[in-house]
Design a protein around this ligand. Structure first.
Ligand SMILES: Nc1ncnc2c1ncn2[C@@H]1O[C@H](COP(=O)(O)OP(=O)(O)OP(=O)(O)O)[C@@H](O)[C@H]1O
Ligand SMILES: [Mg+2]
Length: 247
């Protein structure tokens, strides 16, 4: 059994291009266990690209990513096991039930059957999907799908949760369930890295934020420090001020 390492995520000088487009330009940031990090920025700023690079789904030209102080390029499998990823468009296998999907994901991560079953019970209770666990996911509404996909990213007890736009299309109750789960993540000394356009969510939940604009990280730090610096009262006004050259 591998020794438990301190949770950390360090990105150093990450640059990712698509042809002539520089989607992420020389991005560096450092997070540790307990951080809830809100990654915000206009459409096309490079948020999803960054998250996919961290998740190990995209190659990049320059820079490095360290997961728990280990280079993810040198240790891709261990790094992926320590992370959970919720993509911006949730993917499920239509013909599997929610329970079967979670079981499948847990087993892919190498979990024992009894551990997967215990975690499925746990998440179906706290995320309130026990009633539809045994229906095929093709019958689910968007919010039901999203809850199962989010649970699937937590099932193997990762240290770092990468979540791309979790709130789109969720009703207030589903939104609250997801938010409570996220806040609990930090209590357990994990890192939550969440990209969102819901600025109120970032403001309420995150101890650190990063603002991306055209591939550049234009701010990284606490919301309080940012308010002092920009002299505005809420994150929406700050966001519009910082990214106004986009118009
Ligand atoms: N597969 C791709 N091929 C070519 N260009 C891409 C690809 N994916 C993204 N891009 C470009 O990279 C840039 C960053 O896109 P990205 O999806 O990372 O932005 P985002 O911040 O997640 O935006 P949104 O808020 O709309 O989700 C954009 O200019 C986009 O057009
Ligand atoms: Mg995106």
């Amino acid at each position: 059994m591998e020794e438990k390492r301190k949770t950390s995520l360090k990105i150093e000088n990450l640059t990712k291009t698509y042809g002539k487009t520089t989607a992420v330009n020389d991005l560096s940031l450092d997070l540790k266990g307990g951080d809830i990090f809100g990654f915000i920025g206009p459409n096309g700023a490079g948020k999803t690209t960054t998250i996919k690079c961290i998740a190990g789904l995209l190659n990049f030209e320059k820079g490095g990513i360290q997961i728990n102080e280990r280079d993810s390029a040198l240790y891709p499998d261990i790094s992926k096991k320590r992370m959970g990823y919720v993509p911006d468009s949730p993917f499920l296998y239509d013909k599997l039930t929610g329970r079967e999907f979670l079981y499948f994901v847990g087993r892919i991560y190498g979990m024992k059957e009894s551990d997967v079953e215990r975690e499925i019970d746990f998440y179906s209770k706290i995320m309130e999907f026990s009633d539809y666990m045994d229906s095929r996911t093709e019958e689910y509404s968007h919010g039901m799908k999203q809850r199962i996909v989010i649970a699937s990213a937590f099932i193997h007890n990762p240290d770092i949760l990468l979540v791309d736009e979790p709130m789109v299309g969720l009703d207030p109750k589903s939104g609250k369930i997801v938010k409570d789960l996220f806040v609990n993540v930090a209590r357990e000394d994990r890192i939550l890295f969440v990209s969102t356009h819901t600025l109120s969510l970032a403001e309420e939940m995150c101890n650190k934020i990063g603002i991306m604009d055209k591939g550049n990280l234009v701010y990284f730090g606490s919301i309080g420090d940012l308010k002092d610096k920009i002299k505005k009262n809420n994150l929406e006004e700050i966001f519009l001020e910082i990214t106004k050259s986009n118009d």
